[in-house]
Design a protein around this ligand. Sequence first.
Ligand SMILES: [Zn+2]
Length: 322
Amino acid sequence: MPPPDPCRICQATDLGPSFSAREMLHGTREAFDYIECRACGCVQIAKIPDDLARFYPDNYFSFRSHRGLDRNVIRRLVDPRRARFYFGARDAIGAVAEKISRPLDYMTWVRRAGLGLDARALDVGCGGGKTLLSMALGGFPAPQGVDPFIDETLNYRRGVTVHKQALEDFAVGRDGAFDFIMFHHSLEHLVDPLAALKIAQRLLSPRGRMLIAVPVAGSWAWEHYGADWINLDAPRHIHLLTGPAMAILAGGAGLSVIDARSTGGLSQFVGSERYRRDIPANDKRRDRDLFSARELADWRARVKTLNDEGRGDQTMFILARA
Ligand SMILES: [Zn+2]
């Protein structure tokens, strides 16, 4: 018998037994083998399918364009005031809007990264570019996105461009051009995450920061639900990282992790419970049709506890040049 392939993240050969996980986002229930590295904890698909595009149908939710948001007049008037207020300026209207509206998550991220409203942002694997449009509405200068899988390059009125390109092609001639590079639930989809981080590192300005939001193995939901964990998302999620696995990847790309926060949500419970009951994600029943009010209340409380303990099923890492 040939020796097993080493872990694709840390090269250790100490891998756990493989287990089977099913495609449940679209409910095809096709099975894929995964394996957990005992050294770095990364859970990875055992064999990378050669026809990955097949698992991203045209109606994949990330690929919509967001023309409505692009034309939203209220947001165009209010968001810059909210953003200025959030980053420390006096603005009475901004203060009220910030108080009564849903939070603009990107402001939290940018502040956590130690950057301000002048940060030049790039979102890698951004689909239709919704986050970038929101940032442009708030006043960030010409946020850019790159995603090879969208139908065509998107040029929004608000100055956002989402390039239909591979990251390596987009990167040509853009060394140091960005202060804030984001991978929002895109790194786990990549066959070679280290190669992507190396390219992104070159695009980062000297003061730049990288934000990487990914589902993480080693979390409570992974340990509890295993193959039914919603964020395993077979076979689209190639690598489910851990803190140590992220540190290894970052180091290999000339970067270091300077902050990590647990950001799991309710889906780690309701989504995983659905999969455990053989209910795919596209089933139309609502949570309250499937779960008791008491279960839902209990899970909501535990989302917060898990994040406080650093055991939620997603982590937001902030990286800087090493
Ligand atoms: Zn490993």
